[in-house]
Design a protein around this ligand. Structure first.
Ligand SMILES: Cc1cc2nc3c(=O)[nH]c(=O)nc-3n(C[C@H](O)[C@H](O)[C@H](O)COP(=O)(O)OP(=O)(O)OC[C@H]3O[C@@H](n4cnc5c(N)ncnc54)[C@H](O)[C@@H]3O)c2cc1C
Length: 601
C-alpha cells in the first residue's frame, strides 16, 4: 500500500505539540482519553486506506458528470464512502450528545478528515460539506429545523451543501440577486440561479439540503439584505413523505482537478414551486454563513496541506527507489547508478515539500485547538482565542493552498518526466490542489480580509495577540542551545510585520485605502512565512524537549532530530523570502506609475 500521509506526524502534532489531552480536562470533552482518541484516528486511517485511496485515480478518470436529466452520475463507491464515514461519526461526530454527536474536539475530527483528504480529497468534500451545513442548522436553525434535517445529514442519507455563488456574484456576495418572496404559510418562495455548487444533486444521496443565500423582497441592498434559507431538493411533508421542491440541477462543470467531486449549476423555482425555510432572523444570512465559511476556510487550508502531504509521500517513495546518475564526484561510469534521493538537489526538493507540508499541518492544528478552546472557555479568554483564530484563518487557507501548490509542483519535479504522466499520482495531486486557492474566497480576497479587516480589528488586538504568542514560543525555545539562533531570527522576522503595518497605516490614515490594500497579497505572503516559522520553532521546541528528557521510544530519536533539522531548513531556505516581501511593501510612493492601465498592451 502506498503511503499517503504519516501517522507519526499526526501523532506528534496532535499529542506532543498541540496537546489535545489538555482539552479532555474540560467537561465537554471529559468522556475522552488519549487511547480512545487515537483509536478513532486509526479507524479513520483504515477507512481511508480501504475505501477511499483505492478509488483516487478511478474517480479522476471517470469524473462526476451531468446525466442530462437533472442529476449527476458519480462513482459507485461514493455512496459506500459517505455512509461508512457517517457510521464512524465523521459527519456528525463534532456535535453534542443531545444532537446525536460524539462531542469530539475539532482537533480529533479534523485529524480524521486529514486522512480522507490525503487519501482521496474530492470525496472528503462531500462529508465535509454535510458536516458544515448541519452545523449551521444546529447553531442558527429552529428546533424543528434541527429535528427535520440534521439526523438525516449526519447519517449520510442526505447531502448538505452551501449555495452562495451566482453568475454575477462570486467574490462579491453583496451582488446576490436570488429572491425570496414571503408567503403566509411559514415558507418563502424562492427564485434564482446558483453556480459552482459542490456536492449538488448527485446519485449517492437521497436528498439535498442547500443552505442558500437569497434576498427577501424589499431587503436593503448589499450584504445587510442577505438572508439564509434551507432549501431541500425534496421537501419533507407532515406525514414524513417527500415531495419535489422545484430545485433543478441544470448542469455541471468539468474541471482540471477534484473531478470526482460534483460541481453543479442549480436552478431554484423554475415552476414557481420552490420553498425556502428561513434560518434565524431575516437579513442576517451572511453573518450566519460566515460561521460555515470560516470553518470551511480552515478546512480548505488543511485539505491543501493533506494533498501536498500525499504528493510529498509519493515523491519521497519514488526518490528512494529510482536509480539515476552518480554522485557528483564519481567519474567512473562502471560504478552502479545511485538512487536519486542521494542527489543534493533532490534532497532540496523533498525537504522544501516537507517544510511546507508539516508547517502547514501544524498551523491547521493550531487553528483547530483555538476553535475547541473558544467552545469551552469564557470571558476574555474565549475572546482572545476567537481573535487569534480570526487572524490565523486567512493565513492557514492561503499559505497552505499557495505553498501547497508549489510543494506539489516540486513533487512532480522530483519524479522528473514520470511525474508528468498519469502513471503516477503526483500530477493529480497538483491538479486537485489548485482549486484550494480559489474557492472559499480567493487568495486576493483572503489577503484583503487579513490586511483590511483582521489586522485592524479591535484596534489591532488580534495582531498583538499573535505577536505575543510568537514571543512566547521564542522564549521557550531559547532554553535549548540548538534552537537559540533560529529563535533569535524569528524575533527579527516578527518585527517586519510591525514595521510594514506601521508604514502602510500612513496611507490608511490619509484615507488612501486603495494604496493601503494594493499589496495585501504580498503582505499575506510575508505573514505566511513568519507564521509558519513560528509553527516550526514550536515543533522544534517540542522535539528538543523530548530529546533532552529522553522521552521517546527506542527507534524514534531520529524522528525528533529530523524535526529540528527541518526547522533549520525552513529558516535557511524559506523564511528569508519574508525579507523580500518586506522590501516590496516598504517601497515609498504611489503605485500608479507601475500599475497603470497603459501597461497592459
Ligand atoms: C470547483 C469549484 C467549487 C465551488 N464550490 C462552491 C460551493 O460549494 N458553493 C458556492 O457557493 N461557491 C462555490 N464555488 C465558487 C467559488 O467560491 C468562487 O469561484 C470564488 O469565490 C471566486 O468567484 P468567481 O469565480 O466569480 O471569481 P471572481 O470573483 O470573478 O474573481 C476573479 C479574480 O478577481 C479577483 N477579485 C475579485 N474581486 C476582487 C477584489 N474586490 N479585489 C481584488 N481582487 C478581486 C479574484 O481574487 C480573482 O483572482 C466553487 C467554485 C469552484 C471552481
Amino acid at each position: 500500500m502506498a503511503r499517503f500521509t504519516s501517522m507519526e506526524q499526526l501523532r506528534f502534532l496532535l499529542f506532543d505539540v498541540h496537546r489535545v489531552e489538555d482539552l479532555f480536562g474540560y467537561e465537554r470533552f471529559a468522556h475522552l482519553d488519549a487511547e480512545q482518541a487515537w483509536m478513532m484516528i486509526e479507524a479513520a486511517r483504515m477507512l481511508a486506506e480501504q475505501e477511499m485511496f483505492p478509488y483516487f485515480k478511478a474517480m479522476d478518470e471517470t469524473p462526476a458528470r451531468y446525466d442530462g436529466k437533472g442529476g449527476v452520475k458519480t462513482h459507485p463507491q461514493l455512496q459506500t464512502i459517505i455512509r461508512k464515514a457517517a457510521d464512524q461519526g465523521w459527519i456528525g461526530g463534532y456535535a453534542s450528545f443531545e444532537h446525536g454527536g460524539m462531542q469530539l474536539p475539532e482537533m480529533i475530527f479534523s485529524t480524521g478528515h486529514h486522512l480522507f483528504q490525503a487519501a482521496n480529497n474530492g470525496v472528503e468534500g462531500y462529508t465535509g460539506l454535510s458536516s458544515g451545513s448541519a452545523g449551521l442548522i444546529l447553531n442558527f436553525g429552529s428546533a424543528e429545523q434541527i429535528e427535520t434535517y440534521v439526523p438525516k445529514i449526519f447519517s449520510g442519507e442526505w447531502q448538505g451543501t452551501m449555495a452562495l455563488t451566482e453568475p454575477q456574484a462570486g467574490s462579491s456576495l453583496s451582488d446576490i440577486v436570488s429572491s425570496a418572496l414571503p408567503t403566509n404559510y411559514g415558507y418563502y418562495q424562492i427564485k434564482g440561479q446558483k453556480i459552482f455548487i459542490s456536492g449538488g444533486q448527485h446519485e449517492a444521496c437521497d436528498n439535498f439540503i442547500h443552505l442558500t443565500l437569497a434576498r427577501i423582497e424589499g431587503a436593503p441592498a448589499g450584504t445587510k439584505g442577505i438572508s439564509l434559507f434551507i432549501i431541500p431538493k425534496f421537501r419533507p411533508k407532515q406525514d414524513g413523505s417527500l415531495e419535489y421542491n422545484d430545485v433543478y440541477c441544470a448542469g455541471d462543470f468539468q474541471k482540471m482537478g477534484q473531478r470526482g467531486y460534483a460541481t453543479t449549476h442549480l436552478s431554484f423555482g423554475d415552476n414557481d414551486d420552490c420553498r425556502g425555510y428561513l434560518v434565524g432572523e431575516p437579513h442576517k444570512g451572511l453573518s450566519y454563513m460566515f460561521q460555515m465559511m470560516n470553518g470551511a476556510r480552515i478546512s480548505v487550508g488543511q485539505s491543501a496541506a493533506a494533498v501536498a502531504m500525499a504528493a510529498y509521500q509519493a515523491s519521497l517513495q519514488y526518490a528512494m527507489e529510482r536509480p539515476q546518475g552518480r554522485p557528483s564526484g564519481e567519474k567512473d561510469p562502471a560504478k552502479p547508478p545511485t538512487l536519486i534521493i542521494n542527489h543534493a538537489d533532490v534532497q532540496r526538493m523533498l525537504l522544501t515539500q516537507k517544510a511546507i507540508v508539516e508547517g502547514a499541518l501544524s498551523l491547521g492544528m493550531e487553528c483547530n485547538r483555538l476553535h475547541d478552546l473558544t467552545h469551552v472557555t469564557s470571558g476574555e479568554e474565549k475572546e482572545n482565542h476567537h481573535l487569534l483564530l480570526e487572524i490565523l484563518t486567512p493565513i492557514v487557507k492561503t499559505y497552505s493552498s499557495e505553498q501547497g501548490s508549489r510543494s506539489a509542483a516540486l513533487a512532480i519535479q522530483t519524479l522528473g518526466g514520470y511525474g508528468f504522466t498519469t502513471d503516477f499520482p503526483v500530477q493529480q495531486h497538483y491538479r486537485d490542489l489548485k482549486i484550494m486557492s480559489l474557492y472559499e474566497g480567493t487568495t486576493g480576497i483572503q489577503s484583503l480580509d487579513l490586511l483590511g479587516r483582521k489586522v485592524t480589528m479591535n484596534n489591532g488586538k488580534a495582531l498583538q495577540l499573535l505577536g505575543a504568542k510568537i514571543m512566547e514560543t521564542i522564549s521557550g525555545a531559547l532554553a535549548y542551545p540548538s534552537l537559540q539562533s533560529c529563535a533569535g531570527e524569528l524575533g527579527i522576522e516578527l518585527k517586519r510585520i510591525a514595521s510594514v503595518v506601521q508604514h502602510l497605516f500612513q496611507f490608511a490614515q490619509k484615507g488612501e485605502i486603495d494604496r493601503y490594500l494594493s499589496d495585501a497579497t504580498v503582505f499575506m505572503e510575508m505573514a505566511g512565512y513568519i507564521v509558519i516559522g513560528w509553527q516550526w520553532l514550536k515543533q522544534a521546541e517540542t522535539a528538543a524537549r523530548k530529546l533532552v528528557e529522553k522521552d521517546f521510544k527506542a527507534n524514534s530519536e531520529s524522528f525528533y532530530q529530523s524535526k529540528i533539522h527541518t526547522m533549520e531548513f525552513f529558516f535557511r531556505y524559506e523564511l528569508p523570502h519574508a525579507a523580500a516581501c518586506e522590501k516590496t511593501l516598504l517601497q515609498d510612493g504611489n503605485l500608479t506609475g507601475i500599475r497603470n492601465m497603459d501597461m497592459f498592451t
